[in-house]
Design a protein around this ligand. Structure first.
Ligand code: ADP
Ligand code: MG
Ligand code: MG
Ligand code: MG
Ligand code: MG
Length: 434
């Protein structure tokens, strides 16, 4: 394996971004000249932990970001710079237990010890806004059912093509792009891969889309529900479990119901058993709860779940089985942390396998018009509700680790308090005359 400085020389890279994702999904970096990269890669780049969302104090010693050379991505729009995903360590060189990439690696390891290799694919929806406002940039994108709208898609061809070309050049297997169900909303799809690879790509995708949009005078947002009346930004996650040798999809069984194996159904049962706690990770912001359990949008459907249920090729449930050998988890939104999301999903599913859990019967109803009330659990109504479920979840605490859950709950409870300190226009309107 060549050193990073040798790679820099060969590929004309002048700077490296040593990047880590914190507990709120913010990417933090040091921009390191190629001449210093080998030393920095060995020792780690130093950061004051309190300055990021990690639940550390200003008195804590520095943390070190140690880049993973396997994750290297040369920026397609700025090829003299390369991005490296890093793992956080403390000054004793121990992995920092609450840092998201470390948490995901821990669960990947738990799966490997059981003989499993988990593969995921994500669908990261986003809106394109004008840089100087919070409005949709394209004033002509106004259909009430804008999904797949060719005209509005092609008005953004310059941006979409640049992002898709970038993914093609990186070998991600990009295969389609479309206008989504909200005005100004788009989705771009690439091939699934091992969970850690997809997580790094997911993090990089968000950085890339924002960067390329900015270069076109636009602002991209993955915010879960920026417009109350429009469909929100989902981050559907598709998942399958393979053997560690990568020869067989253990979720595939042509004889199984809908082509899914018993192992697949046990995994689904695990996800549904932990679904309320999973919301704290899959739907991590105050705003997230305006996307799920939401009233119908201008397009006619929110496309996000209201019930903790599973179905076949039916998009009105939390879990959809669209195809042989995988399922889709439709709960997550655009704010979900690229590392914590697959970690939590795997933790819940592996528990279902360990306990040979049964997901019960499939629901084939239209859950938007006819929710299966009384037959399945409901989803948390707000962030606080979900945080309480996470606190109560032994399954997630055991798998993701107590230090992570404690740190995450501390920071998210503070966020909830900050949100609650606001007196909103709605409150004034409805309560002034009380
Ligand atoms: P849809 O909009 O119908 O939900 P998309 O085509 O937008 O589906 O996204 C499907 C995602 O699922 C892609 O990232 C794809 O690579 C991924 N996927 C397909 N097969 C598997 C599998 N066996 N395991 C994990 N992910 C998969
Ligand atoms: Mg300084
Ligand atoms: Mg899709
Ligand atoms: Mg979509
Ligand atoms: Mg989907």
């Amino acid at each position: 394996m060549p050193t990073l400085s040798q790679i820099a020389q060969e590929r004309e890279i002048r700077y490296f971004l040593i990047s880590f994702t914190d507990l709120f999904g913010v990417q933090r970096s040091k921009l390191v000249p190629a001449a210093s990269i080998d030393r920095m890669a060995a020792d780690g780049a130093g950061f004051a932990g309190f300055a990021a969302w990690l639940d550390l104090t200003p008195a804590d010693p520095d943390i070190l970001a140690v880049p993973d050379p396997q994750s290297l991505i040369q920026l397609p729009w700025q090829p003299d710079v390369a991005w490296l995903a890093a793992d956080l360590h403390d000054i004793q060189s121990e992995p920092l237990a609450q840092s998201p990439r470390v948490v995901l690696k821990r669960v990947v390891q738990q799966a490997a010890e059981l003989g499993y290799r988990v593969k995921t694919g994500v669908e990261c929806e986003y809106f394109l806004l004008s840089t100087d406002s919070t409005q949709i940039a394209d004033g002509r994108d106004r259909q009430s059912k804008p999904c797949y709208d060719q005209q509005s898609l092609m008005r953004r061809y310059d941006v979409i093509r640049e992002i898709c070309d970038a993914m093609l050049s990186l070998g991600w297997g990009a295969y389609q792009n479309d206008h989504e169900d909200g005005n100004g909303q788009f989705e771009m799809n690439w091939m699934y891969a091992d969970a850690l690879i997809t997580a790094d790509r997911h993090a990089f995708f968000k950085y890339m889309v924002k960067s390329i949009a900015e270069r076109h005078g636009l602002r991209a947002t993955f915010m879960p529900k920026p417009f109350a009346e429009l469909t929100g930004n989902g981050c559907h996650t598709h998942i399958s479990v393979w053997d560690t040798a990568d020869t067989e999809n253990l979720f595939a069984d042509p004889q199984g119901e809908l082509g899914l194996s018993q192992l697949g159904y046990q995994f689904i049962a695990g996800v549904l058993n932990s679904v309320e706690a999973l919301c704290a990770i899959a739907n991590p912001t105050v705003n997230s709860y305006k996307r799920i359990n939401a009233p119908v949008t201008a397009s006619g459907a929110t496309w996000s779940p209201n019930t903790a249920s599973y179905s076949g090729n039916n998009r009105t449930h939390t879990i959809r089985i669209p195809d042989i050998g995988r399922f889709e988890f439709r709960l997550p939104d655009g704010a979900a942390n690229p590392y914590l999301l697959p970690a939590a999903l795997m933790a819940a599913g592996l528990d279902g396998i360990a306990n040979k859990s049964d997901p019960g019967v499939r629901q084939d109803n239209n859950s938007y018009t006819h929710p299966p009330i009384g037959l399945v659990k409901t989803l948390p109504g707000n962030l606080l509700d979900a945080l309480r479920c996470l606190k109560a979840s032994d399954v997630l605490t055991h798998s993701l680790g107590e230090p992570f859950v404690t740190a995450y709950l501390n920071l998210k409870h503070q966020e909830w308090q900050r949100a609650n300190a606001n007196v909103t226009p709605w409150e004034l309107e409805t309560t002034l005359d009380c």
